[in-house]
Design a protein. Sequence first.
Length: 144
Amino acid sequence: MYSAKQFQSARQLRNVSNQNIKENWQARWSDSRKGIWTKRFHKKVDAERICGDFYFNQVLTGHGVFGLFQTSMFGKPTERQCGQNIESVSQVILECELWRDLRSKWPKNRKIKDLKELVPIHEFCSQTSAVVKALYETRSMDWS
């Protein structure tokens, strides 16, 4: 008698492999002590593309031009251009008086939201990029 064996197609093998990769990735992401700021926005790993550019990625990671990051990574002075609180991502994007004009173009209901709720909004991505770009340009002048 002929016995038919169960074989998985290439597609099935690829799907199982991709699922295993995603599960391992999620476990590493969940267990990691790094990326605490980014985890505010993305608790689960995902291969979907999100809007953004060089400047907006600094908001998502907390890296780059922000004073808090510059101090912790490079020991740069914590001088803030606006003289307000610690120059964190939230402070620059939501509170810093220097960027009030750029924020005035944002939807009026954004005042009741925090960064976590604003990040998925496409208009917020581009407008926030403008704030970070402006900060970057002012810092570039200081670094010259």
